[in-house]
Design a protein around this ligand. Structure first.
Ligand code: ADP
Ligand code: MG
Length: 504
């Protein structure tokens, strides 16, 4: 489709021409007809597919028709905000009077205040600085009749969820504005956000990243939380990957795993989404040039990450969001190559396994350390534990201020049923996956962690609990004894195999 076939004014088309665009990209062809009608959308499309022009052209077309309202574009980083501002400057060439302002932290307020005083048609910015200006009454969020959340998934990863809630609470009702949400992935939490703050958004998926799961050799180990790092060392010793990407669910864990690998003599680094861009790029370049064999990352770092010839992906933690599993393991086996993905299933995140296997429509083959000849390796980092000096760096920037979060730590999840008998583990090895999952359910009283369905009626801004819904086990308190025994059995189970192997 060409831009000239869309319901765009001459002025807007002249901006398109200035940008050098003639044919719409797929996301533009699919989404612009919807947004130009004034409808809300949530759009999933991969990086570089041309999402920016979708919302900017919609905003510009509305500006041409009705000069009263202002538009707001919220982006997770300063770099992105600036890039959007630059694109807007080009695409608005047909409207010389179109005023754009860009607001982000890390710089003084003076220039940005000056911009604000003149009144603007388009406000682009990062959440923190925008809210600062709202607090000092320099920006009135009720003036926006068009609101765009760009890279919504990254906003979550960077802990901006409370800020986003805050912003929406200052705006006019969803029905009185047009809201557009863009994301590289539409995870459950992004969908929940959309249902909470949007007006019946149309969900548009474009070029979902195609991952041929079948080309990837998948393996899974059952291991206790405390034995995980030892198992990782054993796996690395056996696999000896030239390039390996290890995923953790939490930032602190990523740092810890990277540091412990370093202590054990591995060249390893960690990567996170809210690192300064320069540092992120430096680390990535090292990996790409072959000077860094092991990278430990949280999910956000994986987005758009392309490392050719990545040999091994390790899920140190099972991802809590089943789609993330596919995104993670898809970092290997790119461009038709084969690759390997190893998942460590511990008691902390085992709940994520069933939804993943439903999603990928296959059982991940389970391996047992002794059967594949995994050797125990001395762990020179034993006992090391990393805790971020800022608790806020762990998961969600703001939520830590709320006292309730203390009880929300995943480790504290209550498990109710008594411990399994040790001989059960031998049985486990011979069970089919269905049987195994049933076994887990019976043992731990878990009812599976299907994504929570949300509809417009019951969707409420989750003011009190920014964390994701967690499956809740039956309400019996696990005694210290039960915990200790359970832990011990898991430990003994793994170490027994390792020991047996070592002794001959
Ligand atoms: P996304 O936000 O989906 O990651 P961008 O909107 O930043 O992608 O666009 C990626 C690149 O593609 C930019 O350099 C942009 O100028 C260019 N681009 C966008 N739309 C078109 C088009 N219709 N024709 C040619 N180039 C385009
Ligand atoms: Mg973009």
């Amino acid at each position: 489709m060409r831009f000239s076939e869309l319901a765009l004014s001459e002025e807007v088309l002249s901006g398109v021409e200035k940008a050098g665009y003639s044919e719409c990209t797929e996301v533009q062809a699919k989404v612009l007809p919807v947004t130009l009608q004034g409808n809300d959308v949530m759009v999933q499309s991969k990086t570089g597919s041309g999402k920016t022009a979708v919302f900017l052209l919609t905003i510009l077309e509305k500006h041409g028709r009705n000069k009263s309202g202002a538009a707001l574009v919220v982006a997770p980083t300063r770099e992105l905000a600036v890039q959007i501002e630059n694109d807007a400057k080009i695409l608005s060439a047909g409207y010389p009077d179109f005023r754009i302002g860009c607001f982000y932290g890390g710089v003084g307020y003076k220039d940005q205040l000056e911009e604000l005083s003149s009144g603007l048609d388009l406000y682009v910015g990062t959440p923190g600085r925008l809210l600062d200006f709202a607090k000092s009454s320099k920006i009135d969020f009720r003036c926006f009749d068009t609101v765009v959340l760009d890279e919504a998934d990254r906003m979550f990863d960077m802990g901006f969820y409370p800020d986003i809630q805050d912003m929406f609470s200052k705006m006019v009702a969803p029905s009185e504005r047009q809201t557009m949400l863009f994301s590289a992935t539409l995870s459950t939490r992004v969908r929940n956000l959309a249902w909470s703050y949007m007006n019946n958004p149309e969900e548009i998926l474009v070029q979902p990243e195609e991952i041929t799961v079948s080309k990837i050799e998948q393996e899974l180990f059952h291991v206790t939380h405390t034995e995980k790092f030892g198992l990782l060392l054993s796996i690395l010793a056996k696999e000896k990957p030239e390039s390996c990407l290890i995923f953790t669910n939490m930032k602190d864990r990523a740092v810890e795993v990277a540091k412990r690998l370093q202590m054990n003599g591995y060249k390893a680094a960690y990567l996170m989404g809210d690192m300064p861009q320069s540092q992120r790029l430096k680390t990535l370049d090292k990996m790409k040039s072959g000077n860094l064999p092991i990278l430990v990352a949280t999910d956000v770092a994986a987005r758009g990450l392309q490392i050719d010839d990545l040999q091994l992906v390790v899920n140190y933690d099972i991802p809590e969001d089943y789609e993330s599993y596919v995104h993670r393991i898809g970092r290997t086996a790119r461009a038709g190559k084969s690759g390997k993905a190893i998942t460590l299933a511990c008691e902390e995140y085992i709940y994520g396994l069933e939804p993943i296997e439903n999603y990928i429509q296959m059982k991940i083959p389970v391996l047992w350390p002794d059967e594949i000849g995994l050797e125990a390796v001395e762990d020179k980092s034993e006992g090391y534990h990393y805790k971020s000096p800022r608790r806020s760096a762990v998961h969600d920037k703001k939520s830590i201020k709320k006292p309730s979060v203390k009880g929300n730590k995943p480790q504290k999840r209550k498990e109710s049923k008594p411990k399994p008998a040790e001989e059960d583990y031998a049985k486990l090895a011979t069970m089919s996956l269905d049987e195994r999952l049933n076994y887990y359910k019976k043992q731990y009283g878990v009812s599976g962690s299907k994504p929570k369905k949300v509809n417009a009626q019951n969707a409420k801004p989750a003011q009190k609990k920014p964390s994701q819904p967690k499956p809740v086990a039956e309400k019996t308190v696990e005694t210290k004894e039960v915990k200790a025994v359970k832990k011990g059995i898991f430990s003994r189970f793994v170490s027994r195999f390792l020991r047996r192997k070592n002794n001959g």
